[in-house]
Write a protein that binds this ligand. Structure first.
Ligand code: NAP
Length: 533
């Protein structure tokens, strides 16, 4: 079973023991004592190993391999020898392949203190042979893996490198899957998170997790809490289906929190990750294509956000998949669905989220939009999905936008495709709008500029009052100035959170075939938003 290992830089015996006790409390299985700056006193290191509350790895990483040890190599070797010969051996010593292959002395001493076929003495410690590259994928990666595998004393192969794209993770999985020997193959950096979370799916020996934010020993390590609570570590197994949010950037997306909590609530064997892909169609195609080809990854879908919504549509078309007709009208998709047989579908659940938010608050079905006057403020990506959705269900939509020509183009395009009248008006005319539903699709009023409203000087449209719905797609803050103005005028208000959770709910249903736990989505989103404040 893949272990959760908390690495820690050791400053003192007490500090390391306290951190290891905390790691045990949080549910880690193993700790790695990085004694790079604590290697002077071998007696103290032996004492640390003897008192460790969890099985441990002892590592003294030299500066030339990305560590902090810049002392004498002979002293490092003596320390390993001393700790290895002490009455309580660590579970593993981690030694760099480069040092082990080039120093006869190191090899000899290490072989004496680790367990292997040619060892007469019975010892408990295993040898991790390791190689790290903090800048890129090493050109001789496969050669290094084979060299480690061929060393009789090597119990665990460890390779770690800085991922340049998500595709590096797939190579890490291939290395684990080749099963030369028990393996740790990890990618560093934001693009490498997948290799850390899915280490268990592929049967790696362990993954490294930081005790808390900022306490990691390599870039991209999630915390114990994150991997267990956010990324569902305890539920991950070889059959776990993989989903995620594709975009650039995606690190601040709320989608992993809501979807993973949803998988938990629905007892669905899935995990949802941030999937950053560089902003070009070529990068999108190559990365998503590789993830689909790696069958054992069980990549089954993604939410797709800026700048890849148009790329998703193009990709699924090129692959011969199915396109939701409204996504075609909108010209962008936000959801990829991958069926078990590999067939693809692209849909747009942004309009679902908006339509469902209004339906739920008015307690009507989509058929109830027929003939309804809807004022949409903005003519960008969100407006496009919302205008198309409401027009499709028969609403009379008017688009109010700062750049009049963009409003006109959008109105004409949707009117032609949906065969429905859609009109355009200048933003200044908003105060004269006579609509039953107003929807803000601009960022006006979004954090941090919370004192702004698309109503500008504050003159309210004449139809603002009881019975009118005002919906702001912005969800930070939850109540924008526009919503406050509308609430005070007696309108029914809808926050952007309602759209966000419902577009996620529509994705969830398509991926899992189960009802979406909307209450869970709402609770998690509100928690995340209040934590941000
Ligand atoms: P976008 O494509 O950049 O479009 C922005 C629109 O806002 C454009 O029409 C732009 O007018 C207008 N605009 C921007 N700044 C303005 C200003 N200072 N004064 C007047 N008009 C201004 O953005 P988007 O992707 O559609 O996103 C728009 C909003 O939707 C965002 O605030 C986002 O929070 C929200 N959203 C919410 C959800 C959800 O699930 N709740 C989902 C998607 C988007 P011009 O045409 O004149 O430039």
């Amino acid at each position: 079973m893949t272990k959760l290992c908390v690495p820690m830089m050791v400053d003192s015996l007490d500090q390391a023991l306290a951190a290891a006790a905390r790691a045990a409390e949080l549910g880690a299985d193993l700790v790695e004592y990085r004694i790079d700056q604590f290697a002077d006193d071998a007696e103290q290191v032996a004492s640390l190993v003897a008192q460790s509350p969890l099985p441990c790895i002892v590592t003294c990483r030299p500066a030339w391999e990305g560590g902090h040890y810049d002392g004498d190599e002979q002293q490092r070797i003596s320390m390993i020898e001393h700790v290895g010969m002490a009455s309580h051996a660590p579970a593993y010593f981690d030694v760099e392949l480069a040092a082990y292959s080039s120093s006869k002395n190191l090899r000899q001493k290490v072989n004496l203190v680790v367990d292997h076929e040619k060892q007469v003495r019975s010892v408990q410690a295993g040898l991790i042979l390791s190689s790290h590259d903090f800048t890129q994928r090493p050109a001789d990666l496969s050669k290094k893996v084979r060299a480690m595998a061929e060393e009789a004393a090597c119990r665990v192969i460890k390779v770690a490198w800085r991922a340049r794209s998500l595709r590096d993770n797939l190579e890490a999985f291939e290395i684990i899957e080749s099963r030369y020997k028990p393996t740790i193959a990890l990618c560093m950096g934001e693009e490498g998170l997948m290799s850390r979370v899915l280490a268990k799916k592929f049967g790696a020996v362990l993954t490294f997790v930081a005790l808390e934010d900022g306490a990691g020993t390599a870039p991209g390590q999630p915390t114990v809490d994150e991997i267990k609570k956010l990324y569902r570590w305890d539920s991950i197994n070889a059959a776990t289906r993989v989903y995620g949010v594709i975009g650039h950037p995606v690190s601040h997306s709320m989608s992993p929190a809501i979807h993973n909590a949803g998988f938990d609530a629905a007892d669905f064997n899935g995990v949802y990750l941030p999937l950053p892909i560089a902003p070009s169609y070529e990068a999108f195609k190559a990365t998503v294509g590789s993830m689909l080809e790696h069958k054992s990854l069980h990549f089954r879908g993604a939410s797709v956000t800026i700048p890849h919504k148009e790329n998703l549509l193009r990709f699924v078309k090129e692959m011969g998949g199915t396109i939701d007709p409204l996504a075609e009208t909108i010209g962008a998709a936000n959801t990829l669905v991958v069926d078990d047989d590999g067939s693809l579908a692209a849909l747009n659940t942004d309009y679902d989220g908006a339509l469902d938010a209004v339906c739920d608050s008015l307690d009507i079905t989509r058929e109830g939009f027929k003939g309804m006057q809807v004022a949409v403020i903005g003519a960008g990506g969100a407006a496009r999905a919302i205008v198309a959705g409401f027009a499709h269900y028969g609403a009379n939509v008017t688009i109010y936008n700062r750049t009049q020509s963009k409003a006109k183009d959008l109105a004409d395009d949707v009117a032609n495709r949906e065969n429905m009248p859609v009109s355009a008006a200048p933003l200044d005319d908003l105060a004269n709008a006579d609509a039953a539903v107003f929807i803000n699709c601009t960022p006006i009023g979004m954090h941090p500029k919370v004192d702004a409203s698309p109503l500008g000087d504050g003159k309210l449209p004449s139809s603002f009052g009881p019975g009118t719905v005002v919906f702001d797609t912005i969800y930070n803050p939850i109540e924008t100035l526009l919503l406050r103005q509308a609430r005070e005028a007696g309108c029914l208000t809808i926050a952007g959170t309602a759209m966000f959770t419902r577009q996620g709910a529509a994705q969830f249903v398509r991926w899992t075939g189960k009802a979406a736990p909307l209450d869970v989505f709402e609770r998690v989103l509100l928690e995340k938003l209040s934590a941000k404040r």
